[in-house]
Design a protein around this ligand. Structure first.
Ligand code: DLZ
Length: 165
């Protein structure tokens, strides 16, 4: 299956960890909020559906995707936060800004994750059009927010398994 056809809300859920006591931060970019709100809903619901306590899920807003990096760092610095999920939408073609933003955020989030040694998930859609974005925010291709939340859960599980071994 090509990545364009993948349903972002269908995943293998074997062996997921107990996340009932884990704390999550979800960062939401306000640019393209009609899409990022749907990403948030998907991420939040997936965390709760797979065992997170609602009181253990915090939300923060940033103006645009570019700010996801610093916002993620602020959350990730907190010892009580187990994983950060960064959600944004940068529509290619609308502006040349997209290349700079996408690369900066991908690199920045990777750096934060490595520096603070915890999952910081890149939940940023980079579609060509708004229609493609909506298709991946609860539309025909599922929801990138679901996928980002599941990725956070799986990384928590992987870390636990590696530490136990
Ligand atoms: C400036 C800008 C542009 C042109 N496009 C987007 C976008 O498609 N998606 C997004 O999340 N943010 C965009 N921004 C805002 C930047 O991410 C950032 O907030 C500003 O450049 C201020 O640093």
């Amino acid at each position: 299956m090509s990545s364009a056809d993948k349903n972002l809300s269908v995943f293998n859920t074997n062996g997921l960890p107990d996340i009932s006591k884990k704390r999550f931060a979800i960062l939401v970019a306000e640019w393209n909020s009609e899409v990022t709100e749907r990403l948030f809903e998907g991420a939040y619901k997936t965390l709760v559906d797979y065992g997170a306590a609602p009181e253990n899920i915090e939300r923060g807003n940033v103006p645009g995707s570019f700010e996801l990096t610093l916002g993620s760092q602020w959350f990730a610095q907190r010892p009580d936060i187990d994983a950060v999920i960064a959600l944004g939408v940068v529509i290619q073609g609308e502006t040349k800004h997209n290349d700079y933003i996408n690369h900066a955020v991908a690199q920045g989030i990777t750096n934060v994750s490595l520096k603070l040694d915890k999952p910081v998930i890149f939940g940023v859609l980079t579609p060509n059009t708004m229609e493609q974005a909506l298709d991946r925010a609860g539309g025909i291709h599922g929801n990138k927010g679901d996928e980002a939340a599941m990725t956070a859960i799986k990384m928590i599980g992987l870390h636990e398994n590696i530490r136990k071994a």
